[in-house]
Design a protein around this ligand. Structure first.
Ligand code: SAM
Length: 224
């Protein structure tokens, strides 16, 4: 009776640990955010295991079913489409419920997009905050105001079609000179990181058709 959280590659299929493969081979069922996406990975590594859907829209409805199966002695692995489950992905509710029910939970270390983006920014890494995706509407301005005062490095996830708007708002709330680092398509063929003052990085992306997956890292507010 155990739940494993198994990180999977964020782009490069080779970025999976030996232990992750071993766990995926031995569990009874693999819970996946999107079974088609995970099927590609499993096929690549010749892993044939039952795959069941477990995604953000059904997490709150289905965790009870999986808790019962765990209690009956099954071992489950939870994977997301990319990176570490539970990080801007489903997982939290299931983990919390397992712990309430005294079911063992093991999270394997592995890929997650925020770490390489943070390191590649060259900004201080001794203290940082991960904010995931900012709310689209309600609460967005309040969050931006708070982040403008944040002295630690700030890491955000953003979709490509919203990047320019986010950078524009960061200029508005944090000033054109605040340093930012935008990492795109980490671990993939067209990986790129653009680092500089907000105004400069904004101009760069305004002139491009922004595609791919993106992490935005902001330098913390410097003490005056
Ligand atoms: N669980 C994942 C993790 O551990 O990083 C995050 C899942 S979240 C739904 C997807 C977001 O992660 C993307 O919108 C992007 O902000 C970021 N991301 C995932 N893969 C990435 C990559 N290869 N390069 C840059 N950002 C990535």
């Amino acid at each position: 009776m155990k739940l494993y959280l198994v990180p999977t590659p964020i782009g490069n299929l080779a970025d999976i640990t030996l232990r992750a493969l071993e766990v995926l081979k031995t569990v009874d069922v693999i819970l996946a955010e999107d079974t088609r996406t995970s099927a590609v990975l499993l096929k690549h590594y010749h892993i044939a295991k039952p795959l069941q859907r477990f995604h953000i829209h059904n997490e709150h409805r289905t965790w009870a079913v999986w808790i019962e199966r765990l209690k009956k002695g099954e071992t489950l692995a939870l994977v997301s489409d990319a990176g570490t489950p539970g990080i801007s992905d489903p997982g939290f509710l299931l983990v919390r419920e397992c712990l309430r029910e005294n079911i063992a939970v093991e999270c394997l270390p592995g890929p997650t997009a925020l770490v390489p983006a943070l390191i590649k920014s060259g900004f201080p890494t001794d203290r940082f905050v991960f904010e995931g995706f900012l709310p689209h509407k309600k609460g967005r301005q309040t969050r931006l105001k708070q982040l403008a005062e944040e002295e630690r490095t700030v890491v955000l996830y953003e979709s490509p079609h919203r990047l320019v708007k986010l950078l524009e708002q960061c200029v508005e709330y944090m000033g054109a000179d605040r340093l930012v680092s935008v990492s795109r398509e980490l671990t993939k063929m067209f990986e790129e990181t653009k680092t500089g003052a907000l105004a400069e990085v904004l101009t760069y992306f305004q002139q491009k058709d922004v595609k791919g997956e993106i992490v935005v890292t902001l330098h913390g507010k410097e003490e005056q």
